[in-house]
Design a protein around this ligand. Structure first.
Ligand code: ADP
Ligand code: MG
Length: 832
């Protein structure tokens, strides 16, 4: 039977009864972050698989049953899927179910209502032709000085600024529904008859009036509630007047968000318009439409702004297209003009998506062009010519012989990639990404030794003094045996020593300098700087990178990050670097067991610590802040330390490490922890990066909800470095289910990339990179979490464009945009 002929209303009801719980549980799974929700009886995937194997017995469109079978099979394997694959599967399923519903509904007897919309261009005369994109907005009809100044506060001065003020979102009221077919959580429009209208003052709040409409259509009934806040609405006269506006028997069109409440589905504060009769057109420019929502300011109403946009929208025709035609074809892009129209006044979802796609593409393209041109510039300067020995000979080989272990294959490969760069006369700009504990440091040291062996100097920069000191200490194990000089320079290096050290550096007798960003300061002059290694690169911004280059140095640059960031973010921030990946951990590591505990379960954590210490292991207790902050109710490191010393572990040595200690004191604390003189280390996040004590087997993190996921993963990486089984205990001090859900990602996954991806989704790129990161592009529309595919396209396009035409001479428009962007990023100063 041909399903497209339409279902009887009984069949439709059957179908919807089957579909609704499916859609609801899929929606819930999305909200809860794809954790395979445990329902009352079943897990999410079991429920899906059961529903999909029992479709309603109604005529289905061709292929639907097969598709359902395939989906069911996929959901059977859901528990084994990664988060990313879960997300894909769930969104496939949702999309397909929507399509199915769409196929089955329209021609059914209870087809959704129709609504006549006013035509967008209206019948009013169009704007005077004298207006163009560069016209000040005061020239637009109806924009007086007051409105103009309010718009100016949003940086909207010219007509083109208005068009570039993208909607921050869209609400989709275009889905016309019968009442029976409404689904909680979706926005929709119905046409229905008023049965009753009640107006009353809220029993709890004398300044809140409530209007309740009971509506019905041929398929069911529905309540609509409107809240009217303010004294004037609470008068009986006003309420009476409102009730008269909505007489029983009248037809209304209602657009809004469907909510699920104690008394079934309802609309809360929707748009309502009374219609002369069910088939007459609505007057509202919002009801029944896919509507842009703008970020606006006090005194600029949404409707007002939309009508301004509508007036100037035809002017997009004048927008000069910056992209060459063939490129647009290759990547299936609308023109800018079409895209702007699609974004501000979308006909439907598909058009909107295509418009957004084009504009997102532009943002990424400019970003990538900027980065790639930077990279070209970097490469075009001469770098130090090292004349390298193969690493199987000389210093690097001696160094490897000193180590108690063999390089992993991944370490070998990355070292080869680095050495290939060093052998060239162009300066290297390479990023080494690797999960915590993957052994980046020894690779960097090998690269430094190669450099030194060929007669050049090296610098190793770390983000904190603790880490710089640790690097220095490690190097002091090896370098004297290799007869190489190495010194430490930090903010707290005493002046006389500093002077001596700088002299040795300038004369070339000092081969390797380790330090914090003090290395970037002016008096530091190298004789022949060949290679700079920057550890934990995400802590250094692009500006610091530039500072090094601006010292007139063109050394090879190797940056290392232990916070793997999602590829989209890496391409956006480090797109001017080559990337090497150490994607293998050294053998013999036992996986870390991660558990989440509530604040009340601290005792459990302490018991575990006691247990581990009795086996000869050590433990970190990490806290978010140094001093008690009453406001945040955070247990401070100082206080917890006192408590552990006096009450919890009176028989153990408990050390305290935080950023306010002098560098000597920090050093002392760390070395007593690393020697085992102290077994428990209470610390703030100074231990986050790089601290390496193989005997530590417990990482307890208090108020874990205060940290970012990537940061927690970093912290966790401080344990599990030896052969003993290690534990990470996350104390969740919050009752917020979102906090729980976030921390749960860590309990489930040990893959730094997966965690970073989730962090990006949950907290956004700014948070993931940390506030000190200055290289983050400002993207108006594009999302690094959702638009990965567009970013890849844009990167390819940028490479293609620059390959044939490095100065973009054939795309002057694009070139101008790029120059403009560069000027803005560099704060108006020309690049040198
Ligand atoms: P990260 O990548 O986090 O900076 P490190 O370089 O600090 O990692 O290395 C972590 C630990 O693993 C160190 O103790 C280091 O000596 C050790 N290590 C490095 N490479 C290897 C290897 N190939 N085999 C065994 N241990 C290694
Ligand atoms: Mg490291």
């Amino acid at each position: 039977m041909n399903a497209d002929r339409g279902l009887t209303s009984a069949q439709l009801a059957l179908f919807l009864a089957w579909l609704r719980p499916l859609q609801q549980s899929l929606g819930l799974e999305v909200d809860r972050g794809f954790q395979n929700l445990q329902g009352r009886q079943q897990r999410f995937h079991e429920f899906l698989s059961q529903q999909l194997s029992a479709p309603p017995s109604i005529p289905m469109p061709r292929g639907a049953v097969e598709r359902m079978d395939r989906l069911r099979d996929s959901f059977d394997g859901y528990p084994q899927l990664t988060d990313a694959a879960r997300r894909r599967l769930v969104s496939d399923a949702r999309q397909w179910l929507y399509e199915l519903r769409h196929r089955l509904e329209p021609s059914a007897p209870m087809a959704p209502p129709r609504l006549k919309l006013p035509t967008a261009s209206g019948s009013q005369p169009r704007e005077a032709p004298s207006l163009d994109l560069e016209s000040p907005i005061t020239r637009i009809k109806g924009v007086g000085p007051k409105l103009a100044s309010r718009l100016a506060s949003l940086n909207l001065l010219l007509v083109k600024d208005l068009l570039r003020h993208y909607p921050r979102d869209h609400v989709d009221y275009s889905a016309m529904r019968r009442i029976e077919a409404l689904v909680a959580g979706e926005t929709a429009t119905i046409v229905a008859t008023i049965r009753r209208c009640n107006g009353f003052v809220s029993p709890r709040n004398p300044n809140l009036a409530i209007l309740e409409l009971q509506l019905q259509d041929p398929t069911g009934r529905l309540k609509v509630t409107r809240f009217l806040a303010g004294k004037r609405f609470s008068s009986q006269a006003y309420l009476k007047g409102q009730q008269r506006l909505y007489p029983a028997g009248a037809s209304v069109a209602v657009s809004g968000l469907v909510k699920d409440g104690a008394y079934g589905l309802s609309f809360q504060d929707p748009l309502i318009e009374v219609l002369e009769n069910p088939t007459s057109p609505v007057k509202s420019a919002s009801i029944g439409r896919l509507l842009p929502v703008y970020a606006l300011t006090e005194g600029v109403g949404a409707d007002r702004f939309r009508s301004l946009i509508e007036q100037v929208l035809p002017l997009t025709e004048q927008w000069i297209e910056p992209l060459p035609e063939p490129l647009r074809k290759t990547f299936g892009l609308l023109s800018v003009s079409e895209a702007l129209k699609a974004l501000h006044a979308p006909k439907d979802r598909t058009t909107l998506d295509r418009g957004r796609h084009r504009l997102v593409f532009d943002e990424f393209l400019l970003l990538q062009l900027g980065l790639l041109r930077r990279r070209q510039a970097l490469r075009s300067r001469p770098g130090p010519e090292l004349g390298l020995l193969p690493s199987s000979q000389g210093l690097v080989k001696d160094f490897k012989d000193l180590l108690s272990f063999q390089f992993t294959d991944a370490q070998q490969r990355v070292l080869r990639e680095i050495e290939a760069d060093l052998a060239q006369s162009k300066p290297m700009a390479r990023l080494v990404q690797g999960d915590v504990g993957s052994g980046k440091t020894v690779v960097a040291i090998a690269a430094l030794l190669s450099t030194i062996a060929s007669g050049w100097q090296g610098a190793l920069m770390a983000p904190t003094e603790v880490l710089a000191e640790q690097h220095h200490r490690n190097l002091c194990h090896w370098f004297p045996q290799l007869h190489i000089t190495v010194e430490l320079l930090t903010g707290s290096t005493p002046r006389p020593r500093r002077r001596q050290l700088l002299d040795d550096l300038a004369s070339g007798s000092l081969k390797l300098l380790v330090g914090t960003h003090a290395l970037l300061e002016d008096p530091v002059v190298f004789e022949r700087l060949g290679l700079v290694v920057v550890d934990e690169q995400h802590r250094f911004g692009v500006h610091q990178r530039d500072r090094l280059l601006n010292k007139g140095l063109q050394p090879h640059l190797l940056t290392m990050t232990a916070t793997p960031i999602p590829r989209t973010l890496a391409l956006s921030v480090h797109g001017d670097l080559d990337v090497s990946q150490i994607d293998e951990l050294p053998p013999g590591r036992t996986p870390i067991k991660t558990a989440m505990l509530s604040a009340g379960q601290r005792e459990k954590a302490y018991a575990l610590i006691r247990d581990e210490v009795s086996k000869g292991q050590r433990a970190y207790v990490v806290l978010p802040l140094v001093e008690e902050s009453e406001k945040l109710e955070l247990r401070s490191a100082v206080e917890v330390h006192a408590e552990l010393v006096s009450e919890v572990f009176p028989d153990l040595q408990v050390g305290l490490l935080h950023g306010r200690l002098s560098s000597v004191d920090k050093q002392e604390v760390l070395s007593s922890f690393s020697s085992g003189a102290c077994q428990v280390l209470v610390s703030t996040t100074v231990v986050e990066v790089g601290v390496d004590v193989p005997e530590a087997s417990v990482m307890m993190i208090d108020h874990a909800e205060r940290f970012g996921l990537a940061q927690l993963h970093q912290l966790r990486g401080r344990v599990g470095r030896g052969a003993a089984a290690s534990h990470c205990l996350l104390i969740n001090g919050s009752s917020n289910p979102l906090a729980r859900q976030r921390l749960d990602v860590l309990v489930r996954s040990t893959d730094g990339f997966e965690i970073a991806e989730m962090d990006l989704r949950l907290r956004g790129p700014g948070q993931v990179l940390g506030t000190r990161q200055s290289g983050l592009p400002d993207l108006a529309l594009a999302s690094l979490a959702d638009d990965a595919a567009v970013l890849e396209d844009a990167r390819t396009a940028a490479q293609d464009l620059l390959r044939d035409d490095p100065n973009l001479e054939r795309c002057p428009q694009l070139r101008a945009l790029l120059d403009d962007q560069q000027r803005r990023l560099s704060g108006g100063t020309p690049l040198n």
